[in-house]
Write a protein that binds this ligand. Structure first.
Ligand SMILES: *Cc1c(COP(=O)(O)O)cnc(C)c1O
Length: 411
């Protein structure tokens, strides 16, 4: 593959013009949108408006006049079509971790004859920590965490399992689990399923309703570009909404928050999953950021994501000096999300050297170099330049320099 072929791919890309809707720094190749999405241009004016006009001038009236109070529902409904959810099932609130707490408690209560939460050893740690914390709180008679390898999920779907907690795309390897199949197998054993969509929402087509998923959580600041610390979202299938009861009974989840009643009465719909006052500024940012998806076909996203990763892998393969980079993601493109992971003993230092040369990737302990592909704003030329930079760093052994080997607090 040569540079002309790369340029041809960019010219034929139906999503190419989407990049113009983002504010990307000049001369930077950003392959970390799976950790923190880039800044959509529309966000800047929205923040200025929310802060100066809505807060500064209209003050408390804005809860009604600018509909601050409905933001969690409004933003949830904008996310819903990206994850295959019909109306009334998605709400934007809190972080994934907090939302997992609500959903784990809800699911355990719906399946209260059982105690086990089954998950994978390589799940994102916060997902596992939240179960461990809940197990501490409730005691082992009510909640126990069982962790298995990804390939052993199926054979551990037994009648003692209450809840299956899975991340659809593995944060380290990018491995994509089969949502339809695993949900169906779990249901056959009476198990409820919570899907974590942190690396799926905005990265690939997701079909929660079609798969008959029970619950899901996902992130605002990764592929949805909601900015650092953006609120997360959660999904509760309509069929569970009447019976379900979540324990963080804040006033925003009350059926009538402004009745100021002393007794808690949950809202009969997805609103119950709110807890306290929504973070209006962050949620407005996410609301504006989501507008870039209005005319986007998720199949175009998926096709481009697969093509970007294929080009990356092929370019790595043709450079002999990169043979120590071992692909840890599945070989089969259909079994991957929108990122690639390579192991290398010097992964941390290589990553630091790439960043110094304005190719932003990230490092995941112990030895993984991770490249994320965000089809809205990653071009094929970016991939070419990233691999060219990688080659120069590895060939020259520049990454061995002292300054690339100093530990950082955030990686
Ligand atoms: C990024 C990520 C999270 C983040 O959780 P927060 O509580 O929102 O910080 C959770 N789960 C997975 C799988 C992730 O990749």
């Amino acid at each position: 593959m040569n540079f002309d072929e790369i340029i041809t791919l960019d010219k034929a890309d139906p999503l190419a013009k989407k990049r113009l809707e983002f504010d990307l720094p000049a001369n930077t190749i950003y392959l970390d949108g799976n950790s923190l999405g880039a800044l959509p241009k529309s966000v800047k004016s929205r923040v200025a408006e929310v802060v100066s006009q809505q807060w500064g001038n209209d003050l408390i009236k804005s809860w009604n006049s600018h509909n601050w109070i409905d933001l969690p529902i409004k933003v949830g409904e904008k996310i819903a079509p990206l994850i295959g959810a019909a109306q009334g099932q998605v709400i934007c609130c809190d972080s994934i971790s907090v939302n997992l707490f609500k959903l784990l408690c809800s699911a355990l209560k719906l399946n209260s004859e059982r105690t086990v939460v089954l998950s994978t050893k390589d799940n994102f740690p916060t997902d596992l920590y939240m179960v461990q914390g809940l197990s501490d709180l409730l005691g082992p008679d009510l909640c126990q965490l069982q962790m298995v390898e990804e390939q052993d999920i199926q054979k551990n779907l037994t009648e003692s399992v209450a809840v299956l907690l899975l991340t659809q795309v593995n944060f380290r390897t990018g491995k994509l689990l089969d949502m339809a199949k695993l949900t169906q197998l779990a249901h056959e054993k009476g198990i409820l399923v919570i899907w974590d969509l942190a690396h799926s929402a905005g990265a690939l087509p997701v079909e929660l309703d079609t798969c008959e998923a029970d619950f899901a959580v996902g992130c605002g600041y990764k592929y949805l570009n909601g900015g650092p610390g953006s609120p997360a979202f959660l999904y509760v299938a309509k069929r569970h909404q009447e019976a379900v009861k979540q324990p963080l009974c804040g006033w925003m989840g009350h059926a009538k928050p402004f009745a100021f009643d002393a007794n808690y009465q949950p809202s009969p719909n997805i609103n119950q999953f709110q807890c306290g006052t929504p973070s209006v500024i962050s949620m407005s940012v996410l609301d504006a950021a989501l507008d870039v998806w209005q005319d986007v076909d998720m199949l175009h996203i998926r096709n481009k994501s697969e093509a970007l990763a294929d080009v990356f892998i092929n370019l790595v393969k043709v450079h002999h000096c990169l043979h120590e980079l071992i692909l840890c993601s599945p070989d089969d493109v259909k079994l991957r999300g929108s990122q690639l992971a390579f192991s290398h003993d010097a992964a941390f230092a290589i990553c630091q050297a790439l960043i110094e040369k304005s190719v932003i990737a990230d490092f995941r302990a112990p030895n993984i170099l991770r490249f994320g592909f965000t089809p809205l704003y990653t071009s094929f030329e970016d991939i070419w330049l990233a691999v060219t930079t990688l080659v120069s760093i590895v060939e020259s052994e520049q990454y061995k320099e002292q300054r690339f080997n100093v530990a950082l607090k955030v990686t």
